[in-house]
Ligand binder design. Sequence first.
Ligand code: NAP
Length: 318
Amino acid sequence: MRAVIQERYGSAADLRIGELPDPVPADGEVLVRVKAVSLNGSDRENLAGSPAYSRIGGLRRPRHPVPGSDIAGVVAAVGAGVSEFRPGDEVFGELAGYRGGLAEYVATPPKLLSRKPSGLSFAEAAAIPQAGCIAYRATRGVRPGDKVLVNGAGGAGGAFVVALAKHCGAEVTAVDAAAKGSYLLSIGADAVIGYESEDWADRRDAYDLVIDLVAQRPPHRVHRALRPHGSYLMVGGHARILLATLVAGAPIGWAVRKRVRVLAVPQSREDLEAVTALVVEGSAAPVIDRVFPLEEAPAAFAKLAAGDHRGKFVVEVA
Ligand SMILES: NC(=O)c1ccc[n+]([C@@H]2O[C@H](COP(=O)([O-])OP(=O)(O)OC[C@H]3O[C@@H](n4cnc5c(N)ncnc54)[C@H](OP(=O)(O)O)[C@@H]3O)[C@@H](O)[C@H]2O)c1
């Protein structure tokens, strides 16, 4: 089968399109003929091997040579013991371990896969899983009138976070490069901050919830922007900030009567189906910036690393 192959950590120049043996589904697995894969910030991190958490399970080189985690496709075969899917079923979801998607076929346990709604294209379905599930968890508990700030809103995951916060009735401030300002307003943000000219953390008592997709500030720097009883959620960012927030976030938050913590987002079929129901009813929509053919996947990764995307890049495999 044709696949994107990554043998070492590095840059898009370390990716090539090549041939790999077709996978065979083991007992309890399904074989999916992949149609579309969407790229996330985590795919950029898994290519670079940075932050450190992206090397879990593959310290020196990627444990799986094929990148790509959010897939949509058609079940081609099922292993022994699989009863919930049959060949021909259209499915989408995340791959365990965040790798293996950018290939004509992938074998995976079916527990993270869902049936693709007929009204969504394969590209649209592939654009939902990771971004949608982050947004679903991060915005749980948002109430009408809450002031929510989304840091790093212009990338792969931000559009879903902005959309679900708006769906909950929040007033949303989106932070990203100033050049993405008009895009952020177009996806529903009420206000934008260009990170080059203003540090949102210098604001005082401004937000009920800060959702940080690109955390760079230690926990003692983020709580002052929160209103009384507000929450700061670190979703992604530097490994040292992750560690500092895990260790010091709770005591700092407790001292100031706010919450400062890391949001762990499990790979979950239930969350995927809940957020997809919101997409189907029209409360949120995947934002696809551009669709690339498989041969141009390395170029898509190069543009992802450069921050050239507004929403999702999708790679069409077949
Ligand atoms: N917590 C969990 O359980 C969990 C689960 C899955 C994924 N994740 C993480 O969640 C994150 C998701 O990010 P994503 O997919 O949306 O990433 P992304 O596509 O890379 O988007 C990040 C956005 O942030 C912008 N940005 C860069 N520097 C910034 C700064 N200093 N201030 C504000 N914005 C800045 C980027 O724009 P420019 O590059 O143009 O500046 C880009 O638009 C990843 O780190 C991933 O590992 C966490």
